[in-house]
Design a binder for this molecule. Structure first.
Ligand code: CMP
Length: 138
């Protein structure tokens, strides 16, 4: 079944000039870009996006990091999009990410891990709608 996932290229990867290479990997893997832009979050808005993590010890650092520079959010479409995209990006901790994954290639640390991928169809919809209006999703 064709469905959608949400991703964002994180501040470290954007700042280091990896946006194009990462988008190329995503398209080469068969994902269609439904929506895309470049934005910078405030710390407050990063906190809203990651509200599920607000009790975690890394939450404040995560909000500071995610608002430290521009990010590139995207909605992507493919068969089995959520699971296949998580395979493409690799483990959260780049030390555990498989060879050839986006995080193995571009992540700096467990926090500055280059890219996000939704963990469920439900969260993909919520996260995509956080960044994009309906008229931007085609
Ligand atoms: P992501 O999976 O996109 O969403 C939660 C983010 O929190 C994660 O990527 C990392 O950027 C960050 N994160 C997760 N675990 C840790 C951790 N143990 N220490 C610091 N940051 C983390």
């Amino acid at each position: 079944v064709t469905n959608r996932t949400f991703t964002m290229i994180k501040p470290d990867a954007v700042a280091e000039g990896h946006t194009g290479a990462i988008i190329n990997m995503i398209e080469e893997a068969g994902f269609r870009i439904v929506a895309i832009k470049k934005v910078q979050l405030t710390s407050e808005r990063a906190g809203q996006f990651y509200a599920v993590h607000r009790e975690r010890p890394f939450y404040n650092d995560l909000c500071a990091y995610m608002s430290s520079g521009p990010i590139v959010p995207m909605i992507l479409e493919k068969e089995n999009a959520v699971a296949d995209f998580r395979t493409l990006i690799g483990a959260t901790n780049p030390a555990q990410a498989a060879e050839g994954t986006i995080r193995k290639l571009y992540a700096k640390s467990i926090e500055a891990n280059a890219i996000h991928g939704s963990d469920s169809d439900e969260n993909a919809k919520i996260e995509g709608d956080f960044f994009f209006a309906g008229v931007e999703q085609y």
